[in-house]
Design a protein around this ligand. Structure first.
Ligand code: AMP
Length: 252
C-alpha cells in the first residue's frame, strides 16, 4: 500500500494515519512532524522553518521534497508507506510522481478527508498537545483527566502556535489556494478517494477501509474512476465517465 492522506488542517489526518500505519505495518511519513523536528534540531534553515510553521505558512517546496526524497529512499518504505500532509502543492505532487517513478513504485490511492470549516476551527482551537511525549488532547472531545496536564507524564499541556486563530485562518486559506488543486491533480489521475471526515473516529476509519478495499480491487486498472465514501447519504458520483457504479454502495 503506497498511500497519500490529504485533508485540511484539523481534518483528522494524524489520527487516521496512526490507525492505518498500525493496520498495514507501513511507516507514516508526516512532513509536519519532520519539519517540526528539523526546526528543533537547529542547523541550516531551522529558524526559517520554525517561523513559517508558527505562522501557518508553507515551507518551500524544495525543502519539503528533499525531506521526502530522503525518507522514501530508506528501506522500510519498500513495502509501502503512508504520506501524511504531503503533497500540499501541485509542484510537490509532480515531484512525488518523479520520485516514485525513479524507484519503480506507484501510488495505490490518495485518500482525501473532507470536513466542514466550522468543524475544523472547533477542532483546531481546542487542540492541546503534551510538549514532552506528543500526546494530543481536545478541551471538549478528549480532555485530560486533570485539566491542563498530560495523562501520561503530567507535563503542562500547550497549544501549538499554529493552532492560534490567526494561524488557523492562514492555514485554511492556504489549503484552499494551494492544496485543493492537488485534489484535482489526483482526481484527473483516477487515484482520488474522498472520505467524509465528520463523525466518530471509528466510523471515519470504516469509510477509509471501504475506500481502500475498492482502491485495492481497482489498483493497476488504467483510468479507474475515483470514489467518494460518505456517511449516511450514500454514494455521489464525481466521475463524469462512470455510468455503472456496480454492486458496491461505496464506489462511484
Ligand atoms: P501539519 O502538522 O501537517 O499540519 O503541518 C504543520 C506545518 O508544517 C504546516 O502548517 C506547514 O507550515 C508545514 N508543512 C507540513 N507539510 C508541508 C508541506 N507538504 N509543504 C509545505 N509545508 C508543510
Amino acid at each position: 500500500m503506497n498511500l497519500v492522506l490529504l485533508g485540511p488542517p484539523g481534518g483528522g489526518k494524524s489520527t487516521q494515519a496512526a490507525l492505518l500505519t498500525e493496520q498495514y505495518h507501513i511507516p507514516q511519513i508526516s512532513t509536519g512532524e519532520m519539519l517540526r523536528e528539523a526546526a528543533q534540531r537547529g542547523g541550516e534553515n531551522s529558524r526559517r522553518i520554525s517561523e513559517l510553521i508558527d505562522h501557518g505558512r508553507m515551507v518551500p517546496d524544495e525543502w519539503v521534497v528533499e525531506l521526502v526524497r530522503e525518507r522514501l529512499s530508506q528501506p522500510d518504505t519498500a513495502g509501502g508507506f503512508l504520506l501524511d500532509g504531503f503533497p500540499r502543492t501541485v509542484a510537490q505532487a509532480e515531484a512525488l510522481d518523479r520520485l516514485l517513478q525513479a524507484s519503480g513504485r506507484q501510488l495505490t490511492a490518495v485518500l482525501n478527508l473532507e470536513v466542514g470549516e466550522d468543524e475544523l476551527i472547533r477542532r483546531l482551537a481546542g487542540r492541546r498537545v503534551c510538549p514532552s511525549c506528543g500526546a494530543n488532547y481536545h478541551l471538549v472531545t478528549h480532555p485530560p483527566r486533570e485539566p491542563g496536564r498530560c495523562d501520561l507524564d503530567g507535563a503542562a499541556l500547550e497549544q501549538r502556535p499554529d493552532d492560534r486563530p490567526e494561524a488557523i485562518r492562514e492555514r485554511l486559506a492556504l489549503y484552499r489556494q494551494r492544496t485543493r488543486p492537488v485534489l484535482e491533480y489526483y482526481r484527473a489521475g483516477g487515484l482520488l478517494w474522498t472520505i467524509e471526515g465528520d463523525g466518530p473516529m471509528a466510523e471515519v476509519a470504516r469509510r477509509i477501509q471501504r475506500a481502500l478495499k475498492e482502491a485495492g480491487a481497482q489498483h493497476g486498472r488504467a483510468g479507474a474512476p475515483q470514489g467518494r465514501v460518505r456517511g449516511e447519504q450514500g454514494p455521489v458520483n464525481e466521475s463524469p465517465g462512470a455510468s455503472d457504479p456496480g454492486p458496491s454502495t461505496d464506489r462511484t
